[in-house]
Ligand binder design. Structure first.
Ligand code: PLP
Length: 361
């Protein structure tokens, strides 16, 4: 309310207002980076990164991700090369990176699945050695860390999502972290209708004008007010989500062991964002059975992602059955459990009771 009040007092509702700028600065400070650029959603953030660094050519992306990670590149003229995931964290399998690299490769796109960091100790040196950009898709991992370093600070670019399904939300929103100073100005121009208006706001020019082909990608100050209020409570949000995550882990551990069900694995060198909790059922049939059983008790549990290399578009880019076997297996068996900030202890117990009553074998 206080933030909304500030916004109304200033009478600035449109984009690039004082609250958008404050939010950008605060995210940058939290992450310890210089440049954070607010955008309408993470998908747009990816598109801007690709254009700012001209990342046409081949990009290595996991098949196990949301469509935006790949579509943004294809829309801007790149070709996806799908890489399989690790069976433990469900992140890009860094041991397969070298075999995916060709003379046409321009970028590697690690997706920090469920806010658990990819193995950046392996990925970044490969990218450096082969002269490739790293664009982190950090839609799930705001404020998480890998070996003590915040996700979103490893690549030349990183995107954050504030979609309503994420930890910090504004309905639709996102940010692009630009860790390579040479790309900052172009990224700002691309999101401001191709104008140098950001330079004008900083007082670097006395008028702004059309200098490139861009579009209107800035969020309104209204959304920034919403986001700033949550940023002030982000530790609290993390605590609440951590409690929910650990309650699932403790409450379902024994049942999972007895039932041959996998739980999320978080390596000790990773500090996760507590974005989601999932189960890996022993078979596709068991997953369908569990989802149906939960549905009968009024509990919505969903699955994702359908492997992108087997989608219509993915197959047009050469995807074929068997190309990413871990992705194919995980995708058929994963189910996400209800996970939101105000999930009560009682409701969570109900969900776990329903799961524990399910026999998969
Ligand atoms: C891994 C991943 N990348 C990208 C996106 C796209 O985010 P946005 O909806 O903010 O464009 C999502 C959204 O769910 C996502 O889960």
């Amino acid at each position: 309310m206080e933030r909304t009040g500030q916004m109304l007092d200033r009478r600035w509702l449109s984009n690039n207002g004082p609250l958008v700028q404050e939010f950008e600065q605060r995210i940058a400070n939290f992450l310890g980076v210089k440049h954070c650029i607010c955008v309408c959603n993470a998908t747009i953030g990816l598109e801007i990164a690709i254009r700012a660094a001209n990342l046409k050519g081949e990009v290595i992306v996991p098949s196990f991700t949301f469509v935006s990670t790949v579509n943004a590149f294809v829309l801007r003229g790149a070709r996806p090369v799908f890489i399989d995931i690790r069976p433990d964290t469900l992140n890009m399998d860094e041991s397969r990176l070298e075999e995916c690299i060709t003379p046409r490769t321009r970028a590697i796109v690690p997706v920090h699945y469920a806010g658990v960091g990819c193995e950046m100790d392996a990925i970044v040196p490969i990218a450096e050695r082969r002269g490739l950009s790293v664009v982190e898709d950090n839609a799930h991992g705001l404020f998480a860390r890998y070996r003590g370093k915040r996700l979103g600070t490893f690549g030349q670019f990183a995107t954050q999502s504030f979609h309503e399904t994420k930890n910090v939300i504004c309905g639709e929103g996102g940010a692009l972290i630009v860790n390579e100073p040479a790309y900052v100005e172009r990224a700002e121009i691309l999101r401001e209708k191709g104008t140098d208006r950001s330079r004008f706001y900083r007082g670097a020019v006395d008028k702004y004008t059309w200098v490139d082909i861009g579009s209107s990608y800035l969020p309104s100050d209204l959304l920034a007010a919403f986001l700033l209020a949550q940023l002030e409570k982000h530790e609290e949000i993390r605590c609440v989500r951590g409690r929910i995550w650990h309650a699932y882990e403790a409450g379902l551990g024994e049942w999972a062991r007895d039932s041959g069900v996998g739980l999320p694995q978080v390596p000790p060198h990773v500090e996760q964002s507590y974005h989601m909790f999932y189960l890996l059922l022993p078979s596709a049939e068991a997953r369908t059975g569990l989802i149906e059983r939960l549905k009968a008790r009024g509990i919505l549990a969903v699955f994702h992602y359908v492997p992108l290399h087997l989608s219509k578009m993915g197959m047009d880019f050469g995807g074929r059955l068997g190309a990413c076997p871990v992705t194919e297996s995980i995708s058929a068996r994963l189910v996400r459990l209800p996970f939101y900030n105000d999930l009560s202890r009682e409701l969570q117990e109900e969900v776990m009771d329903a799961i524990r009553a399910f026999r998969c074998r």
